[in-house]
Design a protein around this ligand. Structure first.
Ligand code: CA
Ligand code: CA
Length: 97
């Protein structure tokens, strides 16, 4: 949680409103933090898409509430990935957790 907040503020304070991510700030964050995951975050269309998905109130900025939705969505995506990965594995019976 703390890390999420720190990450958000690391980028949100770069320009304009300190508490929201502009498109440029969002792009910078995606590229720096999630470059491996998104791969083509530098692609303008990809940034626009993420921005459109996140900016639920359409004010052109991603606030912290909207950012949390992104993190949640990515967490779910990662979880699905790992579940799938494990299923294709050796069918270990000693699943941890
Ligand atoms: Ca900002
Ligand atoms: Ca917004």
């Amino acid at each position: 949680m703390q890390l999420m907040i720190q990450t958000f503020h690391k980028y949100s304070g770069n320009e304009g409103d300190k508490y929201t991510l502009s498109r440029a700030e969002l792009k910078e964050m995606l590229t720096a933090e999630l470059g491996n995951y998104l791969g083509n975050a530098q692609d303008r269309e990809a940034v626009d898409k993420v921005m459109g998905d996140l900016d639920s109130n359409n004010d052109g900025e991603v606030d912290f509430t909207e950012f949390v939705i992104l993190v949640g969505a990515l967490t779910v995506a990662c979880n699905d990935f790992f579940l799938e990965y494990n299923d294709k594995g050796e069918n270990k019976e000693d699943k941890k957790k």
